[in-house]
Design a protein around this ligand. Structure first.
Ligand SMILES: [Zn+2]
Length: 231
């Protein structure tokens, strides 16, 4: 098992991390940073293919996620195996994320923005909220979980949270050099991409990334709302 990580990506479904942050993740791993994924649901409802059972889908989506993580040089993928559409803001889930944070001790946590308005998958909204609460204050305070402390999981201060899917974008990450790897990683999610309703998904995504980089001195970007936590 990876001992500690520079970056932890916490997401609801297999493929969220690739849509949200793969180009940035590829940059980090190229720089030698250790990146760990925590995938909270098993994606067992994300298909319109009526011949697939949820069990079959879970196996497919897990393999696809592992392959995508390999493409990006992600060190480890942890699956929490909640059912798709099954995330709730519970003490149990929050504690699981705190356990992950205290185990891997990342400097940066990346997740989905819980404050995106209107149509936003409920699981995306909830995991963003739970991950943010887990960072602050629950992972930080030693009295939060005496049992975790007794297991040797010391409090940990994450320095930054990066939210993808944000409406209020305050940081654009240059992915001009890693866009192709983002695409390669997304292609690993074949069961999802097959159902994608765009004629040319690569062009669609490239246009979005180009638009995101409009005011920047580079061509392609992923956008985030980036929050620095007080020391
Ligand atoms: Zn998702």
């Amino acid at each position: 098992m990876t001992e500690s990580a520079d970056v932890m990506v916490v997401c609801a479904h297999p493929d969220d991390a690739e849509f949200g942050a793969a180009g940035t993740v590829a940059h980090w791993t190229e720089e030698g940073r250790v990146v760990v994924y925590v995938i909270c649901t098993n994606g067992d409802k994300g298909t319109s293919d009526r011949t697939l059972t949820p069990d079959q889908l879970v196996k497919i989506r897990r393999k696809e996620q592992e392959a995508a993580a390999d493409v990006l040089g992600v060190q480890e993928v942890v699956f929490l195996d909640y059912p798709d559409q099954g995330l709730e803001d519970t003490p149990e889930l929050r504690k699981q994320i705190v356990r992950m944070i205290r185990t891997y001790r990342p400097r940066v946590l990346v997740t989905s923005d819980p404050y995106r308005r209107y149509l936003w998958h409920r699981d995306h909204r909830i995991i963003g909220q739970v991950a943010m609460d887990a960072v602050f204050p629950f992972a930080r305070d030693h009295l939060s979980y005496p049992d975790l402390l007794a297991q040797g999981l010391e409090p940990h201060k994450v320095k930054e949270i990066w939210f993808w899917g944000a409406e209020d974008i305050n940081y654009r990450s240059d992915i001009s050099a890693t866009f192709d790897r983002k695409i390669e990683a997304l292609r690993c999610h074949a069961s999802q991409i097959r159902e994608f309703k765009r004629a040319d998904p690569v062009k669609w995504l490239k246009d979005l990334c180009r638009e995101m980089a409009q005011e920047e001195p580079f061509e392609l970007a992923e956008g985030f709302h980036r929050v620095e936590l007080p020391a």
